[in-house]
Write a protein of this length. Structure first.
Lengths: 167, 177
């Protein structure tokens, strides 16, 4: 009994100290096997132990600088488009009306998406986060179709706003 | 003193100080529990569960509510709230038109709005115009920050007050349109 306890406590130590690489691999495997913790209400469960560094997403320009520049370009281009919408009529320039509608939907989608990323990130909400992300994506597709339908079959967004405003 | 002198010292001392029960280690172990703590053998993977259980019990440090409301961060969150509200209106209307184009067509909407009393119309116009103009002007403020302008505290406040003033003026102008 006592000897088996001694054996059990010393065996891993001698095993791991024999080859340092083996001990590292052993630790990694243990961590990978046990890092399937789910979110429990009350706080985020961090991956790994206190000695593990934070995992960073792989660097990607599409999600980084290009996205940032596109966001700003889109927002800035909405300024002259809004000004033009005040002075012209959407019905006489249907392409412009469609472009404004598309830009507004893209601008809104980026705004909603950043809210989901900020407040309902999948790191903290592993179920709700992806659900909301995909709900937003499908809603945006539906909105694009709706705006297209409204601009082709009805009077278009600019004209609608103008008419409702003076109704 | 006396015993030491007559030569019996070492023998009596040995008898007096030698631990009687301590001579047999197994007997000692069964009689007195060595520690009061029970030791539980756990695999290395269990440490993370214990750590996570501890993490859940940690208190949350005070945040957000401890800060004084200031133009810097109130303007930022108001930009998000107004933009989100306007976008929700756009999404709501577009999806409603997609689902029921006969109910939410322009003729019906214009007819519905025209039938509303004047005070509802003006209130509605304020509710629509104020977020739109604020998001517009404060959006320009954000874009100017992105270009590296007004980044000082003084600049941020100046641009903030300018955005608020422009919002007030253009809201009134839009409502009276």
């Amino acid at each position: 009994m006592a000897s088996s306890v001694i054996l059990r406590s010393t065996l891993p130590r001698t095993f791991t100290s024999a080859t340092g690489r083996n001990s590292l691999r052993f630790a990694l495997q243990v961590r990978a096997a046990s890092s399937t913790t789910q979110y429990v209400p009350g706080g985020p469960i961090l991956k790994g132990t206190v000695n593990d560094p934070t995992e960073f997403p792989p660097p990607s320009r599409t999600h980084g600088s290009y996205h940032w520049a596109f966001e700003r370009l889109l927002a800035a281009s909405l300024v002259p488009m809004t000004a033009a919408a005040f002075v012209t009529s959407g019905s006489s320039y249907p392409v412009f009306d469609g472009l404004l509608g598309l830009s507004l939907v893209m601008h809104s989608h980026i705004g909603f998406d950043s809210m989901v990323v900020d407040y309902v990130h999948k790191r903290k909400f592993p179920v709700l986060g992806p659900i909301l992300t995909w709900t937003l994506r499908s809603a945006t597709v539906g909105v694009l179709v709706g705006v297209y339908q409204f601009n082709t079959n009805d009077i278009g967004l600019t004209e609608l706003i103008a008419k409702v405003w003076t109704a | 003193m006396m015993s030491a002198r007559i030569g019996l010292g070492s023998a009596t001392r040995r008898v007096a100080f030698a631990p009687v029960i301590g001579r047999n280690q197994t007997v000692l172990r069964t009689l007195i529990p060595k520690r009061g703590v029970q030791i539980q053998s756990l695999p290395p993977s269990a440490s993370e569960e214990i750590l996570n259980a501890q993490r859940l019990k940690r208190p949350s440090s005070p945040h957000f509510t401890i800060y004084q409301p200031q133009l810097t961060w109130l303007g930022s969150i108001a930009n998000r709230v107004t933009g989100g509200a306007l976008s929700a209106l756009l999404y709501g209307f577009s999806l409603a038109y997609l689902v029921a184009p006969d109910t939410f067509d322009s003729a019906h909407i214009v007819e519905f709005v025209a039938g509303l009393p004047d005070y509802v119309k003006y209130t509605g116009k304020v509710i629509l115009a104020a977020p739109f103009t604020f998001h517009f002007w404060n959006g320009l403020r954000h874009l100017s920050w992105d270009m590296g302008k007004f980044l000082s505290l003084k600049g941020a406040y100046r641009a903030g007050y300018a955005a608020l003033g422009a919002t007030a003026i253009s809201t009134v102008a839009l409502v009276l349109m």
